[in-house]
Design a protein around this ligand. Structure first.
Ligand SMILES: C[S@@+](CC[C@H](N)C(=O)[O-])C[C@H]1O[C@@H](n2cnc3c(N)ncnc32)[C@H](O)[C@@H]1O
Length: 628
C-alpha cells in the first residue's frame, strides 16, 4: 500500500504560487516550448514570430529595484490571517472583511480564495509627497519586517520610513512599494473588473507607466479629475485644486459602467403636466443639424391647435416623418399646454438611465477634503483629524459607477475606512448588496508629523493605531446609518482578521524538511494558537472564501467545524477515534455532501486509527482528506 492510501495528504504550506500559475498558463498556450519542465526561449521566440523586440534601444520604463519588486510579487508568503471575533461585528454572518496587516502579505494570502472575484478595487496609497510614510518591503523576511515596522517609531515619534524627497531613490522606493501590490491586485479582479487609484501630481506620471505595464495600456479607462479643494491656497504660486483618480480595466472589452443616479435638482426638473400614466417627464428638442440630413427630414408638421410649421432656419427634424408620427401616436410628443408650440420629445424619468459619467468630478458632485475631515469629526464627536481621508461622497460615486448587486469591493490602503462607510451608505440607498474587503496596516499613531492630531486625540480616545481608528469608524458609521434607515436590510457587519506568522511551526522557511516534520509525532502548532486560527489558515490555503458560514458542532466528544454545509469539515482536537470519523461521515448527505476533511497531524489517537480513518472516508466517497 502506498503512503497516500493510508496517510492524509498535507495542506499546501504556502499561499498561491504565482510563478507556477504563470507557467501553467504559458504551457496551455504553447506546450511545445517546454523542454524537461523548463522554457526554451528560442522556441518561444519562434512561436511569436515577428512580434519579438530585439533592439537594444526600446520604449521601456525602469527604476532601481524593479527586478526585485517583480520577484517580491511572486514569492509566496509564510503568513496567515487570524480571526478576531471580539473586534468584529456579526462575525458569524457578515460577508465583509477587515484585514489588519501589510497589504503585500495580505494580497498574497487572498490570491487563492479571491482569484478573479473582485469587481472593483479602490486604493488611496501614500502620494509620495516627500513627507509620507512609504512601507519598505524586505525580500528575505517580510513578516518579521512587518512586526518590526508596525511596532516602531524613532525617539521623535516619526514613523521609521518616511520617504524623504531629499533621499536618493525617492521615486524608486515608491515604485518598489507599488509595483508588486498592483501586480497582485490585478489577479484578484474579475474580467469585467476595474481599479481606481487616487494620486496627485507627484507620482501620477509614474503610476500611469507602471499601470500601463501591469494592466496593459489598452486597458486604460480614464484619468478622473476630482476637485478636492474649494479655494486656492494663498501661500502658493499655483496650488493644486484636484487629485487624479487613475482608472484601468482588467479587460476593457468586458467593462461596462453604470450611469450616475440623477441628483435631486435634476429629478425636480421632471414633471407631469399632461398626467401621463408613465409618470414624470422632461422634454427635449427634436431638431438637428442639417449636415447631410436627407430631404425627408424637412417635412411639415401640423400641431394639435392647427399651426403648420417646418424646422427652423438652418435646422432639420431629428427623425423621419414616420417615426415622428409613431411618437405622436404614443403620446411622446409635447406641443405645449395649448398644443401650439414647436414639438418636443418627452423623456420619462422611469426610462432615464441617469447621468452618463465623464472625467470631471467637481466638489459639489463628489465632495472635497474638508468635507471628509468633517465626516470623521462628526463620527468621533471630537477633534480627530485624520491623515488625508476621502469624502464618503467621492467613494459613493466610484461605487455607483462601477458596482452592482452582489459585487465585491477591495480597498487595500483603507485608512479611516471611508470605503466601508460608502458601501453601507450606498447599499442602504439603493437596497443592493455589495460587500467589501478592507486592508489596513496597524500603523502606530505618532506624536508628530501628518498624523499628529490623530495621534494625540487617538490616544485620548484609546486608539493606538490607524487600524483601530478605522475599525471604530466603521462600527460607528454602521450604527448611524442603521438608525437613519431602520428599514435597510444591508449587511452592516464586518469580520476582522489579522496578519501573523503561520500557526504551523513547520510552515516556516525550511521546506526541505517539511515532509519529515509533518510525519513526525511532534506537535507542529504554535502554542498560542487556537483551533479557530487553524480553521482560517486552512480556508486560506485551500482557497475558500473567508466569509463562508461556519457551524461549530460537538460529535463523539470532539469539536468539529462544518464550513458551508460540508464544503469542508475540520477537526483539530487530539485523540480522535473512529467514532468521530463515523460521525463526520454521517454528516454527509446527498444534498450537502462532505467534500473535504482536515485534521491536525497529531489528531488521531494512534496510527491504526489514522489508517482506518482514511479507508473509511474513501469507502464513503470522501477522497479529499488532508492534515496540517
Ligand atoms: C492616504 S491613507 C488612505 C485614506 C483613506 N482613503 C481614507 O479615506 O481614510 C493611506 C493609508 O494606507 C496605509 N498604508 C500604508 N502602507 C500600507 C501597507 N503596506 N499596508 C497596508 N496599509 C498601508 C497607511 O497607514 C494609511 O492609513
Amino acid at each position: 500500500m502506498s503512503r497516500n492510501d493510508h496517510q492524509p495528504a498535507e495542506v499546501a504550506a504556502t499561499s498561491m504560487d504565482l510563478t507556477e500559475h504563470n507557467l501553467q498558463q504559458l504551457k496551455a498556450l504553447f506546450p511545445g516550448v517546454f523542454t524537461e519542465g523548463k522554457i526554451d526561449f528560442d522556441a518561444l521566440k519562434a512561436e511569436l514570430g515577428e512580434q519579438v523586440e530585439t533592439a537594444n534601444e526600446r520604449y521601456q520604463f525602469t527604476w532601481a529595484g524593479k527586478e526585485q519588486a517583480k520577484r517580491i510579487a511572486t514569492t509566496p508568503t509564510l503568513g496567515t490571517l487570524r480571526p478576531a471575533p471580539d473586534e468584529s461585528v456579526n462575525f458569524d454572518s457578515t460577508e465583509n472583511l477587515y484585514i489588519e496587516g501589510d497589504n503585500l502579505e495580505v494580497l498574497k494570502l487572498l490570491q487563492k480564495s479571491y482569484f478573479n472575484q473582485v469587481k472593483m478595487i479602490y486604493i488611496d496609497p501614500p502620494y509620495n509627497t516627500g513627507k509620507d510614510f512609504v512601507y519598505k518591503d524586505d525580500f528575505k523576511d517580510n513578516l518579521a519586517n512587518y512586526q518590526r515596522l508596525t511596532g516602531q517609531r524613532d525617539e521623535e515619534g516619526n514613523p521609521l520610513f518616511t520617504n524623504s524627497d531629499s533621499a536618493g531613490r525617492y521615486h524608486s522606493n515608491w515604485l518598489n512599494m507599488m509595483y508588486p501590490r498592483l501586480k497582485l491586485a490585478r489577479n484578484l479582479l474579475r474580467d469585467d473588473g476595474v481599479i481606481f487609484i487616487s494620486i496627485d501630481d507627484n507620482e501620477v506620471h509614474n503610476l500611469r507607466k507602471i499601470c500601463d505595464e501591469i494592466f496593459g495600456e489598452g486597458n486604460f479607462v480614464a484619468n478622473i479629475v476630482w476637485q478636492k479643494k474649494t479655494s486656492p491656497d494663498a501661500r502658493m504660486n499655483m496650488s493644486a485644486a484636484h487629485d487624479n483618480i487613475v482608472c484601468f480595466a482588467k479587460k476593457i472589452g468586458s467593462l461596462s459602467f453604470n450611469h450616475f443616479p440623477f441628483t435631486e435638482e435634476r429629478r425636480r426638473s421632471y414633471s407631469n403636466p399632461d398626467n401621463d400614466p408613465r409618470g414624470d417627464w422632461a422634454s427635449v428638442d427634436i431638431t438637428g443639424q442639417t449636415g447631410r440630413a436627407p430631404q425627408s427630414q424637412f417635412y411639415e408638421i401640423t400641431t394639435p391647435s392647427g399651426v403648420s410649421m417646418r424646422p427652423p432656419e438652418g435646422r432639420c427634424w431629428a427623425m423621419s416623418e414616420t417615426t415622428f408620427l409613431e411618437l405622436v401616436q404614443d403620446h411622446r410628443i409635447w406641443f405645449g399646454e395649448k398644443g401650439e408650440n414647436r414639438p418636443r420629445l418627452k423623456k420619462f424619468l422611469s426610462e432615464a438611465e441617469g447621468t452618463r459619467p465623464w472625467t470631471w468630478w467637481d466638489n459639489k458632485f463628489a465632495g472635497h477634503n474638508q468635507e471628509a475631515s468633517q465626516e470623521i469629526k462628526a463620527i468621533f464627536d471630537d477633534n480627530l483629524l485624520f491623515d488625508n481621508p476621502k469624502p464618503v461622497k467621492l467613494m459613493q460615486r466610484i461605487i455607483q459607477v462601477a458596482t452592482n448587486e452582489g459585487d465585491l469591493v477591495l480597498d487595500f490602503f483603507s485608512g479611516s475606512g471611508t470605503t466601508a462607510q460608502a458601501i453601507y451608505e450606498q447599499n442602504s440607498y439603493d437596497n443592493q448588496c455589495r460587500n467589501f474587503i478592507l486592508v489596513q496596516l496597524p500603523e502606530p499613531l505618532g506624536k508628530k508629523g501628518n498624523d499628529f492630531k490623530a495621534g494625540a486625540v487617538g490616544a485620548k480616545l484609546g486608539y493606538a493605531t490607524i487600524a483601530e481608528i478605522g475599525k471604530e469608524r466603521i462600527r460607528r458609521a454602521a450604527k448611524k446609518i442603521q438608525e437613519e434607515n431602520p428599514e435597510a436590510k444591508a449587511d452592516f457587519g464586518f469580520k476582522v482578521l489579522k496578519l501573523d506568522t503561520s500557526n504551523i511551526k513547520k510552515w516556516q522557511p525550511d521546506f526541505d524538511n517539511l515532509e519529515q516534520d509533518l510525519l513526525g509525532a511532534v506537535d507542529n502548532i504554535l502554542p498560542d494558537r487556537t483551533s479557530h486560527d487553524l480553521l482560517y489558515e486552512v480556508l486560506i490555503k485551500y482557497g475558500l472564501p473567508l466569509t463562508l458560514p461556519v457551524e461549530k458542532i460537538e460529535v463523539a466528544g470532539h469539536t468539529l467545524y462544518n464550513v458551508a454545509s460540508g464544503s469542508l469539515i475540520a477537526c483539530f482536537d487530539e485523540g480522535v477515534t473512529l467514532d468521530c470519523i463515523q460521525a463526520i461521515i454521517a454528516l454527509s448527505t446527498e444534498d450537502a455532501p462532505v467534500l473535504r476533511v482536515v485534521f491536525r497531524d497529531s489528531s488521531f489517537a494512534d496510527d491504526i486509527v489514522k489508517t482506518n480513518a482514511i479507508q473509511r472516508f474513501k469507502q464513503a466517497g470522501i477522497e479529499d482528506v488532508l492534515s496540517i
